[in-house]
Design a protein around this ligand. Structure first.
Ligand code: HEC
Length: 415
């Protein structure tokens, strides 16, 4: 509701500015007819008022001052952010532009960024202010704000957020919303049954740094610039009665004191019946690596056995600033291999969750293998110290090797 008024306000400005806008020659791309559809489809999920990106790209007046920047970012393929090689696999959430779309934007900028006829504008997508999953049905918020000091390193902290759910509840989307996104580096949240046991899955990650009592699956994890997760139709995740959300919070300092009180929003779906497919997932991790100093492509691998027939649906590699590339490979019981994800240029700032267009069947006994490389050389401009041997650790100058993955049950008619 609130956003539509923002859009209306933008629309009003648009009318006033109309007189000054350039008139397009025949055949020249215009904002209304040619450019807005591309932006609405691929950019405004982040580029809308008060959301992830620094500016809105919804109206002509929003976009016009950014025309040259838009052209340069789409031509360099820095925008929209996307890391996976789509000649290997295709992904549902791939927002990367086609060559044709990039040419259209370039031609529009070359022609002086004409406005065109507002009657040609496509319908403006509607958003819920502050959430990418739509209006959440339930919002769980940290009971107390967390004080982040001005300077220094903040050790991981674990917060427990009770859901007080009176009954098992099935959700179709979830999203984590930072209280102060300047200080939230990342969040890994898990669902605990009311007896403190994990709701689903098991992860043996915490074994040598146990402060967490969780071994469960995530809801609404967070890394920089991350939108919420919406499951496909007919897929749902169970939040058990009385569950707690336990979150591992990683805060970074910004030179001034800050307070964070984060929230989790979930969209509730219908009761599960025989047609609903449960979503699950886990992590493939290697905790024992030692990345050599000055090595521009140090490889670390991990693998995990898949115990039950399931479909691989999503993948999200997590490394820190030395992360260079990430590959996920399914090794079938007969030894044949299939690449499910190849991210040739991993970017710490854009840790996307890649959603397979076609989930891949992993029969029981398959291995899910991850092969990550790290650039610990001076070529890596984000490298804080190429001369150090780097091991697993919480902080940004240490590293992680975590391959998150999501699964969905086989469709009912497969069983
Ligand atoms: C997943 C969210 C997301 C999507 C989708 C996205 N952007 Fe961005 N964009 C951002 C964020 C966040 C920033 C600021 C941080 C940065 O520059 O890395 C940004 C920065 C930019 C900038 C640079 C702004 C500046 O300050 O110079 C341009 C231009 C831009 N985006 C254009 C686009 C266009 C055009 C599209 C679609 C074709 C798009 N973006 C899609 C999140 C997104």
């Amino acid at each position: 509701m609130r956003l539509s008024s923002v859009v209306l306000a933008g629309g009003a400005v648009l009318v006033l500015a109309g007189a000054a806008a350039a008139v397009a020659a025949e055949g020249t791309p215009t904002f209304a007819k040619d450019v807005a559809p591309i932006l609405y489809e691929n950019c405004v999920s982040c580029h809308r008022p008060n959301h992830l990106a620094p500016m809105s790209l919804i109206t002509y007046d929003d976009t016009r001052p950014w025309a040259r920047a838009v052209r340069s970012k789409v031509e360099s393929r820095e925008m929209p952010p996307w890391g996976a090689d789509t000649s290997v696999r295709t992904y549902k959430n791939d927002s990367s532009l086609t060559d044709e779309e990039i040419k259209t934007i370039a031609a529009w900028v070359d022609a002086g960024s004409p406005r065109g006829n507002d009657a040609d504008l496509p319908e403006v997508p509607q958003f819920t202010e502050g959430w990418s999953i739509g209006e959440p049905d339930l919002i769980f918020t940290m009971l107390e704000p967390f004080k982040v000091p001005a300077d220094g390193t903040v050790p991981y902290s674990y917060v427990t957020v009770p859901t007080n759910l009176p009954a098992d509840t099935w959700i179709s989307a979830h999203e984590y919303r930072p209280g102060d996104k300047r200080v939230v580096h990342h969040v890994i949240s898990q669902v605990l049954e009311d007896d403190g046991m994990p709701a689903t899955g098991e992860v043996k990650l915490e074994r040598d740094r146990t402060r967490s009592r969780a071994r469960g699956s995530r809801v609404g994890g967070y890394v920089p610039n991350r939108l919420g997760d919406v499951y496909e139709d007919g897929v749902a995740v169970r939040l058990p009665k009385g569950a707690d959300i336990e979150a591992q919070m990683h805060y970074t300092t910004i030179g001034e004191e800050a307070w964070d009180q984060s929230s989790w929003g979930v969209v509730v779906t219908r009761e599960p019946d025989s047609s609903i497919r449960r979503a699950g997932g886990g992590q493939v991790a290697n905790l024992g690596f030692r990345i050599e100093p000055n090595n521009p492509a140090y490889e670390v691998t991990a693998s995990r056995k898949i115990d039950e027939d399931t479909y691989l649906s999503t993948m999200m590699p997590h490394m820190h600033v030395r992360g260079k590339s990430a590959k996920y490979v399914i090794v079938y019981p007969d030894g044949t291999e299939e690449v499910a994800l190849w991210v040739p240029n991993y970017d710490f700032n854009w840790q996307l969750n890649y959603e397979l267009e076609e989930p891949i069947f992993m029969p029981a006994g398959s291995q899910l293998k991850t092969i990550f490389t790290y650039d610990n050389s001076t070529n890596n401009r984000f490298n804080p110290d190429p001369s150090s041997e780097v091991r697993w650790g919480d902080q940004t100058w240490e590293e992680m090797m975590l391959g998150y993955f999501g699964t969905v049950e086989a469709p009912a008619d497969d069983n």
